[in-house]
Design a protein around this ligand. Sequence first.
Ligand SMILES: [Zn+2]
Ligand SMILES: [Zn+2]
Length: 596
Amino acid sequence: MTPGAILDGPVCICVDKQSLSLDRPFTYLLPKELEAGVGSLVKVPFHGRDARGWVLGPTEDLPTRMLGVAKRMSPVRFFNEQMLEVLTWMSERYVAPLASVILRSHPPRVVSEEQAARSAPSPETAGRPDTKPLGGYRNGPVFLEALARGGEAVFVHRPAPGEGPSCAAEAVLACLANGRSALVLVPECEPLPATAAAVLEAVGDAGVLFAGGDKRHRYRTWLDIADGRYRCVVGTRPAVFSPVARLGLVWISRESHPGHREERSPHYHVREVALARARTEGATAVISAACPSAEAAVLDGVQVTPASRVWPPVEVVRPGPEGRAPRLLSVLRSTRGAFIFEPLRGYGVARVCRACAEPAACACCGGLLRLESGRVSCAVCGAAGRCANCGASDFGIRRGGRERVKEWLCRATVLPVRGSATPLEPPRRGEVMVGGPEAVKDFADPRLDLVAILDSDLAASRPGLASAERALGVWMEAASWAGHGGQVIVQSAEPGGAAIQALVAGNPERFHRHELLRREAAGFPAGFPVFKVCGGVGLALEIEGLSPVSLLSTSVGDEAIFLVTLRPEQVGAFGRIARSLAEKGLVTRVEAEPHL
Ligand SMILES: [Zn+2]
Ligand SMILES: [Zn+2]
């Protein structure tokens, strides 16, 4: 990141008040001798007190009375003009105070690190890829040419089984060879994803992992990135803000993974921020996933997909008792390595109280009672399992779940059977592993004989607008583990369902067509911003005035909660309304992209 000039004169400042009602720039006079400029952290007088703030840039918007900036608090520039453009876009897109967005864009300061010695810049040479799979992909040459040429472009990449890591490494090296920097964003970092490992190995000293570590290490790494020490940054969500210079490529690995959404305020999605950065800095953005999200499907991206079918054969069978379809049992007898996906935890759920014969329900909250690790407890509130009717704790159990699957697997195969443990280890040949969604990670290609998907029909009954899509994403990642000579068995009573058919085809395109229509019918078309707004009842009129795509409301006490879907071009107007109502105390909370 190249720091901007030293400013002298009136500047606008984002004061560190993380509130929508104060979310606007304030003008101060910045003396030249402070040696501050865009991105400098300064101290300013604000309503009679000292406040922190960041310099946004020179301004001609002069108030009648102008106070002076009191002090420069750090020699570090926390953003430059380009990054400020992205942060401002975020503040508008997510209706979040700019101060909160700025604070989220870098790790918390460790002041002593700012005085520490600077490290040497990155070596100019990067490694060579071991394999170059991209040339064999449909549109692969177009993609590689875009990287060599540089410039803004969006690609949607569906890797062939096992090729995600090598494709990412090849693309990053192509970008670095062009003299530009690359970001690789992974949804989680424990254990280290195969994609992260492959990229870091390929780029050697030019790359850094920006994820995990203590506060000091994180800040040190960020300062080193800002100093130009690295040309490739690999990391989780915060890495999307990495202050690399001359960004050429942003690669989003496993794009449909829920880990790419920030769950704390200000909420954001890495895909959207990455696309905004790529637009601002003229870089290539790549959305890579076995099954990209519906949001990715509506982007106008160039599809980079395997040129020929490299998907394992997928057999759909009717579910047997507790998932034991005869076909699965017969394949298990000869398998040399398998992963069995079961979405449910535990051993089973309580159906009926043995003391009073009433249907079982939690005495505290009425929730579902589950038998797990030998004890019955509430799946909702966690309380020990007692009957809501009589308080007894003896229940008739309907068996089903990973513990139960593990039990019957031990009789169905001669191989050792393993549940997914922490720290997570990949499935291996020579054993059968049982796991749920959390076991499906970016592991180096385990080349299994068999992947079985149990209880697939539950996905349709799960709450949440994107539940089917999320399930399909996990199934496809798991299925790809059987991508080299293995086979997939999926148990479903509805083999014609769009998600099951996408799994069979190894291609989510038809599923997405179906899904996009379904979302539109539900009032939440993919790619349209959704906000959850809490505040006074008077809010409704103001939001209705925008003619949103859809507006739902409920109220809790005297607070109203709205779920509003907007056309992308309405977000600016909506943000202005939300900020002005926040000043009047009529809006208490805005959450962008809530879980639906
Ligand atoms: Zn409960
Ligand atoms: Zn009872």
